[in-house]
Design a protein around this ligand. Structure first.
Ligand code: C5P
Length: 220
């Protein structure tokens, strides 16, 4: 483990999408490369943190020097998060699917002349909400992400209160920004103290700035 201001601190990071099976060969998911969560885990480890990295199937490989827990579904992610606690901070960068197929088929669905398959959905657990509301053992700093396509500040501010997390990192993922799947990000950090708009920069730079902010919050 590196030397740095987060030495001796345990930090949980979720990242990537979740895959919710329809049948053994098909799934539903949110679009997420895992790039920002991976960069953040790397930046936290570089500051000395012991990082537990709970990741869905991402496009980018996990960083070195972190404990990787690979999961597929939201339910598995929730269990992995609960098993990883306690932690000094928890950052939820994963793009968790809001719904799962309530009774996924254990056989591949076939095309038939009798019509199209009808999928029924069940709501997935909201992992960030659950951890934010913990009565006992809640990490002292809980950070969520809000990917919005419109009214970013308004939606993200409401989301912070609804979830009960300490900070929300809000970003505009409307297609014109090129942020989703891209190398850059433009975020607004929302906390008790208000909203702070950061200039557009590389996802690595966002990660380093956020890791530094987490270090100073934990150490004060
Ligand atoms: O509600 P929404 O999905 O927009 O909230 C985004 C934030 O909540 C992200 O930090 C995401 O990781 C987290 N989340 C979660 N579990 C869910 C849905 C979202 O932890 N089921």
């Amino acid at each position: 483990l590196a030397d740095g201001p987060l030495k001796g601190r345990r930090i949980l990071v979720t990242s990537g999408p979740t895959h919710e099976p329809i049948d053994p060969v098909r799934y539903i998911a949110n679009r997420s490369s895992g790039a920002q969560g991976t960069a953040l885990a790397r930046a936290l480890a570089a500051l000395g943190a012991e990082v537990v990295f709970v990741t869905g199937p991402a496009d980018v490989p996990p960083p070195d020097g972190v404990e990787v827990i690979a999961v597929q579904t939201a339910q598995q992610m929730k269990e992995a998060v609960e098993a990883a606690l306690p932690a000094d901070a928890a950052v939820f960068a994963a793009a968790v699917a809001d719904w799962r197929v309530s009774s996924a088929s254990d056989r591949k669905l076939k095309k038939t002349k009798d019509g199209l398959p009808v999928l029924e959905f069940a709501e997935n657990p909201d992992i960030l909400h659950g951890v934010s509301q913990m009565k006992q053992g809640r990490p002292p700093l809980v950070v969520g992400f809000a990917a919005e396509t419109n009214d970013v500040l308004e939606n993200a501010t409401a989301k912070r209160l609804r979830k009960g997390c300490d900070w929300i990192v809000a970003n505009d993922v409307s297609p014109a920004t090129g942020i989703m799947g891209g190398a850059e990000n433009a975020v607004t950090l929302i906390s008790d103290a208000g909203a702070e708009e950061w200039p557009r920069m590389g996802k690595d730079a966002v990660a380093q700035k956020l890791a530094a902010r987490i270090a100073s919050a934990i150490n004060t």
